[in-house]
Write a protein that binds this ligand. Structure first.
Ligand SMILES: *Cc1c(COP(=O)(O)O)cnc(C)c1O
Length: 392
């Protein structure tokens, strides 16, 4: 089925399994284990001689539906679900890498990825080189004979730097390395990295797949030899599995994914244009604006600018905090991907643990604010930001 239908149909229908009860809505199979008809059947299942569910750490129908639907939306042959987005990144690294292997990763990836690779993977003899995301020559120069994994996020959070996915895919291919792209910010509604040559797409389902800020989840979609081999084996053995309940929430979230993300992206563009002309704003980072240095590239690989933007308020941290505190509608929270619009000051929250020089080099300056557009009326969001800016 998944090959024949267009994305909107896949988002609603792909992967659906129906039990003997004939339920219309996908069922939530909340069980730790599954029963067998006989000792012999149990033995056959465990020996992989016949398909069927065994134990929800690695086989659960609701989780399977989630995996099939995300694979269909990403145009990927396979998908494995994980408990969180960070579990997806950790599974990618620990499933693919061995002591002595080398990783090249984009500076400006999701903050927690940095200690995961530097400190935890570093303890096991895996070394990571960090490069400026948009500089393909720097990626090429960083390669070593044992480079096994290239890891990037595009657009990056919070400064919206764009990585040329097909350019990076060519570099990965020549190096014999795996290219993994974190597709949280756009979701498959706006960008499909597999079609551009990525081997794996990494997700925090916590963001737009759930879409309403309720649960944590993650997934890796992509090449069957990797996903069904070392990545599935890592999840089965180490246990960072997605709960069936969270899978069910995200599965139902995917049915409205494109409608939500396109509406949020249109709202973000409207806000970005308005902010760009505002006298208290120094700079707006949004790939949908013609003024974004990589606007043309972004519009080649994304169908819209995305739901997240950031901007620099004149007056540094003090002014930025006044804007945050002057808003009444926007939620002051570090999450994004919700129907409720959110605002945060990255330099003192999500990026607060980075050394100042590193933070500033990544564009996370003291006046920077990140806003993720929700589904409230765009006029109300703009008036709320105006209220904040009046206080700055
Ligand atoms: C949130 C996020 C993650 C981590 O996801 P969790 O579900 O919070 O573990 C990874 N990458 C990006 C881009 C994110 O925004």
């Amino acid at each position: 089925m998944t090959q024949d239908y267009r994305p909107d149909t896949l988002g609603v229908r792909a992967g659906g399994l129906r039990s003997d009860f004939g339920e219309h809505s996908e069922s939530l199979v909340l069980t730790a284990s599954f029963v067998f008809a006989s000792a012999a059947e149990a033995a056959r299942r465990f020996a992989n001689e016949e398909p069927g569910n065994i134990y929800s750490r690695f086989t659960n129908p609701t989780v399977s539906m989630f995996q099939s639907r995300l694979a269909a939306l990403e145009g990927a042959p396979s998908c494995v679900a994980t408990a969180t987005g960070m579990a997806a990144v950790a599974t990618t690294a620990l499933g693919l890498l061995s002591a002595g292997d080398h990783v090249v990763a984009a500076r400006g990836v999701f903050g927690t990825v940095v200690p995961l690779l530097n400190q935890i993977l570093g303890r096991f003899g895996v070394e990571t080189t960090w490069v400026p995301a948009s500089d393909l020559d720097a990626w090429r120069a960083a390669l070593r004979p044992r480079t096994r994994l290239l890891f990037a996020e595009t657009p990056s959070n919070p400064v919206c730097e764009i990585v040329d996915i097909s350019g990076l895919a060519a570099i990965a291919r020549d190096a014999g390395a795996v290219l993994a792209i974190d597709n949280c910010m756009c979701s498959p509604a706006l960008q499909r990295p597999i079609a551009l040559g990525a081997d794996l797409v990494v997700h925090s389902a916590t963001k737009y797949l759930d879409g309403q800020g309720r649960v944590l989840g993650g997934a890796i979609a992509g090449r069957a030899d990797l996903v069904e081999g070392p990545l599935f084996n890592f999840v089965r053995t180490a246990g960072p599995a997605l709960s069936p309940f969270n899978a069910w929430v995200c599965l139902k979230g995917m049915e409205t994914l494109r409608l939500r993300v396109e509406a949020q992206s249109a709202c973000a563009l409207e806000l970005a244009r308005w902010l760009e002309a505002h006298p208290k704003i120094e700079r707006v980072n949004f790939p949908g604006l013609e003024s974004h240095p990589q606007h043309a590239l972004a519009m080649r690989q994304q169908s819209a600018g995305g739901p997240v933007l950031s901007f620099v308020v004149r007056g540094g941290r003090e002014a930025a905090w006044r804007v945050v505190d002057g808003t009444q509608l926007l939620s002051i929270t570090a999450n994004f991907g919700d129907t409720k619009s959110t605002i945060c000051h990255p330099a003192s929250t999500t990026h607060g643990r980075l050394p100042v020089a590193e933070r500033e080099a990544a564009g996370v300056v003291e006046g920077l604010l990140r806003v993720a557009a929700g589904l409230e009326d765009a006029g109300d969001i703009r008036e709320d930001l105006e209220r904040g800016l009046a206080a700055a």
